[in-house]
Design a protein around this ligand. Structure first.
Ligand code: GDP
Ligand code: CA
Length: 330
């Protein structure tokens, strides 16, 4: 039977596996829940970088050179904004700006972020459900040696250079949600938590892309008691991140820089952990965290790679109830 999959994702790494899942699952069998902890207002526009990366990937619009933004985009709008004296450290292409203008317009007309996202996806011909993790603001804040930095300040303006001491999340009023759990998941995310038979953690940054999703009210508990197999793919391959600060953050936050260090973040929340073939020697250490380990090629360059990994995940959950556990190889 075809499983019903709930995939949790950030931007670039998450979108790669999501594209694969969308190729092998019919639209009604996949819900992709995307991190919005990176959202920020630039030039009065609501920018949702991870949702944009996901939408562009699923619509085949991605700029494959940079990994973000729209292929062939130009930056004339930004250049004029700079001339007007606006702060333009956050790169926004001309086509990309249209997405943010339209999203902001839909939000101003009273729509939720879920509704705005649905509208944008429909227009781009995306058939699978892409939903923001929440309709309310939950903002990622990185505590660094240079003080607390809003996510995009840390990620783009400071290029992840300040040493991170902690990552925390604030609600729209600037209150720490760690203590209150005040921000709830979006309706479609809640629905998928009820209905999905498989939960997949895409190979996204565990601290910056997945932790915000898990920090939403009630989500960690729901994932802990999830009704089906929970599968994670490591974003760390060969003790390095393929891009971005995942390895740097693991080290700075006191974890081993390895797929095991990632797996530790998902202990009790994951049943099967997929590690790359180059990390085969770490299988036992990951298993010691109480997960089954699957060794497979996890580097996704082409669409064929993405589809192959997605298929492999679905194949393994088909047999996830069997008792033959242990290390499996592709
Ligand atoms: P962001 O929001 O754009 O930073 O993207 P994500 O959080 O979704 O993904 C970032 C992570 O994806 C990084 O830690 C990368 O190491 C990982 N990543 C990127 N491409 C691949 C890939 O092809 N395979 C695996 N396993 N991880 C990848
Ligand atoms: Ca992101």
């Amino acid at each position: 039977m075809t499983p019903t999959v709930l995939a949790l994702a950030g931007g670039v790494g998450g979108a790669k596996l999501a594209v694969g899942l969308a190729k092998v699952l019919p639209p009604e069998r996949l819900t992709i829940v995307v991190n919005t902890g990176d959202d920020e207002v630039f030039h009065g526009l609501h920018v949702s970088p991870d949702l944009d990366t996901m939408m562009y990937a699923l619509a085949g619009l991605t700029n494959t050179v940079t990994g973000w933004g729209v292929a062939g985009d130009t930056f004339n709008g930004l250049a004029l904004l700079r001339r007007y004296g606006a702060d333009t450290w956050f790169n926004l292409g001309d086509k990309d700006l249209a997405t943010h203008i339209r999203r902001t317009q839909l939000l101003r007309e009273g729509g939720t972020l879920s509704q705005a996202t649905e509208s944008l996806c429909r227009s781009l011909g995306i058939l699978h459900r892409v939903v923001p993790m929440s309709d309310a603001a939950l903002r990622t804040v990185v505590e660094t040696g240079e003080g607390a930095l809003a996510f995009q300040d840390y990620f783009v303006k400071h290029r992840c250079e300040p040493v991170a001491k902690a990552v925390r999340f604030e609600d729209g009023g600037g209150r720490d949600v760690g203590s209150t759990g005040a921000v709830g998941p979006s309706p479609a995310f809640l629905g998928a938590l009820d209905e999905a038979s498989v939960l997949v953690y895409c190979p996204s940054n565990p601290f910056l892309s997945i932790a915000p999703v898990l920090a939403l009210k009630g989500v960690r508990e729901r994932v802990r008691s999830f009704q089906g197999p929970r599968v994670a793919v490591s974003p760390i391959v060969g003790r390095e991140a393929l891009r971005g600060p995942a390895a740097k953050l693991l080290a700075e936050l006191g974890y081993e820089v390895s797929c095991r260090g990632v797996a530790e973040q998902y202990a009790g929340l994951c049943d099967v952990f997929v590690i790359d073939e180059v990390d085969r020697d770490q299988a036992r250490a990951v298993e010691a965290l109480g997960m089954r380990v699957v060794v497979a090629p996890t580097v996704m360059i082409s669409d064929v790679d993405k589809e192959r990994l997605a298929r492999r995940i679905l194949d393994m959950v088909g047999g996830a109830n069997s008792e033959d556990g242990g290390v499996r190889t592709a």
